[in-house]
Design a protein around this ligand. Sequence first.
Ligand code: NAP
Length: 680
Amino acid sequence: MKVESYLAGRWVFGAGEGTPWQDPATGEVMARTSTEGLDVADAFEHARNVGCANLAKMTFHERAKILKDLGAALGEHKEALYEASFHTGATRADSWIDIDGGFGTLFSYASRGTNEMPNARVAVDGGVETLSRDGSFVAQHIYTPRRGVAVQINAFNFPVWGMLEKFAPAFVAGMPVIVKAAAQTAFLTERAVRLMIETGLLPDGTLQLLAGPAHDVLDHVRSQDVIAFTGSSATAQRIRTHPRVVACNPRVTAETDSVNCTILGPDAEPGTPEFDLFVQEVTNEMRTKAGQKCTAIRRVLVPGACADDLAQALTAALAEIRVGNPRSESVQMGPLVTAAQAASVVEAIDRLAQVCDVLVDGRACPEPIDALQGGAFVGPTLLRARDALAEVVHDTEAFGPVCTIIAYASQDELVDIVRAGDGALVGSVFSADEAFVGGIVSDIASYHGRLLIANRHTAKSSTGHGSPLPVLVHGGPGRAGDGEELGGVRGIYHYMQRTAVQGTPDVLSAITGRWVRGAQTVEPDVHPFRIPFHELETGATFRSAEREVTLEDIEAFAHLTGDIFYAHMDEAAARRNPLFGGRVAHGYFLVSAAAGLFVDPPYGPVLANYGIDGLRFTKPVKPGTRIKVRLTCKSKSLRAGRGYGEVAWDTEITDQDGNVCASYDVLTMVSELAVPDGGS
Ligand code: NAP
């Protein structure tokens, strides 16, 4: 019953009996929260002193591995979370989004952290910038974790996913996290955090929980902290203008409410697959979590000619939704999270009803199945705007199962209606007319964080309007808070500081652990391809012998590959080409010939060449040119537990006068063993 906070390594409950919270379907008191008198300042100190230090010892890959193990361990206990989740009013299907969706985010960040971040403590952003003619002064943008606390302030509606989708990228980045859970559903966040702590996988100080109000949390922030807020725009404003936030300038990102729209294209008339999909999607979005999703559809924009048909189809579909106690298997939509939330939704419907016709009225929800009559239930509610641009329709977020149909007369009017929402997390367009979609997307994209285009071709594969995905950006401009979360590795960088570092190539190599052109090289006694992963030094270089490129080589390559492009095969035509002025070697021949010059053939630690990055042909090579290659170990990233690591080799092909003809990175897998797998 008592929902505890986890601060500085201890589970604690605040002063007094705490605020009681009722199950919204049964009315039973099932939790009490109190954060009164808890030592929030100490929690911040613990995160800064202990959490930061523990995370700083690990590489991105080591932290990503912990996330993966954590996801697996949580998966074993998920039934306990599903059981508790009924108390939020969620059906099992709703809880899947919150609970399994949250675990999915952990796995996604574990994978991104391993595959797209280096096995290092510093990440680089972009290439090296040359700042002087002689190459002695260069610059590199780097990312390092902010040396503060990632403070999450979460909304009530996704107590598990909301916590994990912010925790995962912050943890991989290297920032300790303090979660401030929303009071109404803190009991579920507490269970998830308790399970996470009990795994023993998380280093001390890296995750703490404030299970309830704790509105003094911002009094303790400092400049290196990151505040990641999710909730209403009104609270976001209070956070942004908090005196401590104004004084210290921590990074603030806000995901707030938005009046998301979905658009039915003019081609999607009744009888088309798009019309049916549209009806299905709007119904799903209203039913899922009883519409308590920041991404749910609020405005349904339809061509005027279809509005009556759509109203009829939606009215029929909504009548099928079975509302009641989420524990009952026949129930498809549960109550809202609390009676107060239900009251605020009814109030919003009242406001909308002043400018709309009410087609389906859920304000007095009839007989919820197997539940307390008069619990926190609001039935599906469908309205139709009398005036497409009435302000209240675009301003009012009824955070429940409520949608408004708005008819548009032309594409120009449609754009005005969309923009009247003043920025949203997500929008969707249902149309199979690519010309219409192309036009509308370019007109409305800047008002959205994500746009879903749906039609008959995506019917089976689409993830739906309302699902944020870990690999895609979540957040939106204007009213939606102008924040950004997730988006694959972009989400990790939100918790890191980008710094431009200027200096010599040697200094930058030392800082980043990556060899920078112009830095010192070493030429080992043996070919670098004979050196196992751990012994290989960045800067280790091989310089090849020369090879002349002949006309016979060019013709043989052309006939072998079938690439008989005129620039290689037709002297007269090649002479007319302003870039070549005569026949030249194939670029791909040069890359192949370079491999012939630099490889060391016998079996050894180099297991595979898995690609080339940044290939540029910088000077045409004519027959008679003598080329040679420099190959330098540029960067290494161990794939822990796999027995090998990735090694990128900075490669340059030059001619007899030292001109660079081609440059690229050769990407290889190099074994930890000199003679892998017992070969000889
Ligand atoms: P809310 O009232 O704004 O509360 C959000 C969080 O802010 C809660 O944890 C709340 O704590 C905390 N809070 C309130 N005042 C605070 C203060 N002065 N200082 C520090 N923290 C403070 O929103 P909600 O009712 O929980 O959630 C519903 C709203 O969130 C809807 O408008 C919805 O659209 C939006 N939402 C947006 C997203 C998104 O990703 N964009 C996702 C979900 C929900 P207490 O609960 O302890 O008061």
